[in-house]
Design a protein around this ligand. Structure first.
Ligand SMILES: [Zn+2]
Ligand SMILES: [Zn+2]
Length: 221
């Protein structure tokens, strides 16, 4: 009976989508009640979402009383789902208590705040991959040689590109320096020219004054 109603809901949704002519949301089972619904990014069915909205203040009250509480503890104590808590965290409802953003590394369970694996598990994962690769290479030496040649070519290509970039940058820097020096020189030339003009003008004024002086002297005599 349950299965039948779920199937018909899926069919209804398909019909709705076709009628709307566009994506009305991904069909999902609500993580709280299991009902099928069209998810528009909230991660919960409309019923559970509004119920969660109505109790989310309790999570804030709880963190006021238990400032060190983790997401898991808040969820357990208040019944507010982790999806709603994460949304509230992103909205800054809990201040900057970053400890609450922690979740378990999917390999060892250590608390992390980004990705799926902690640093140690990530490193051991890469080591495992390398080990498998080396084993594979030993068993397929021809293939390994081709791969290594390709890797070397790629490395050389990147190295050449970096070298070319560096040369271009150095050339640009040199050009800029030369331009700056030229500008400085032009400034100095301009100052000198002005100084010489000023001197010339001064000399001319002196000459004129002297001329007037001599003329007036002549008249007196
Ligand atoms: Zn629900
Ligand atoms: Zn780990």
């Amino acid at each position: 009976m349950h299965g039948a109603s779920r199937k018909s809901a899926r069919e209804d949704m398909g019909m709705l989508r076709r009628r709307a002519g566009k994506n009305v949301g991904k069909l999902r089972n609500c993580p709280i009640c299991g009902r099928l619904y069209a998810d528009l990014g909230r991660g919960l069915c409309p019923g559970c979402y509004s119920q969660q909205e109505s109790i989310k203040e309790e999570a804030i009250r709880y963190t006021d009383e238990h400032p060190e509480a983790t997401m898991e503890e808040i969820s357990k104590a208040t019944g507010v789902h982790s999806l709603m808590l994460r949304k509230m965290e992103l909205e800054g409802k809990f201040g900057n208590a970053s400890k609450r953003l922690e979740y378990a590394c999917s390999r060892c369970g250590r608390p992390i705040t980004a990705g799926k694996l902690c640093q140690a598990c990530m490193e051991s994962f890469h080591r495992d991959v390398d080990k498998v690769q080396r084993k594979y290479d030993k068993e397929h030496p021809k293939e390994a040689a081709v791969r290594k040649k390709k890797e070397m070519e790629e490395y050389n290509r990147l190295a050449r590109k970096a070298q070319a970039n560096m040369e271009v940058r150095l050339e640009q820097e040199e050009k800029m320096e030369r331009a700056q020096e030229r500008a400085k020189q032009e400034q100095a030339d301009e100052l000198l020219r002005k100084a010489m003009e000023a001197r010339k003008a001064l000399l001319a004024r002196r000459k004129i004054r002297r001329m007037f002086y001599l003329q007036s002297k002549e008249r007196e005599e």
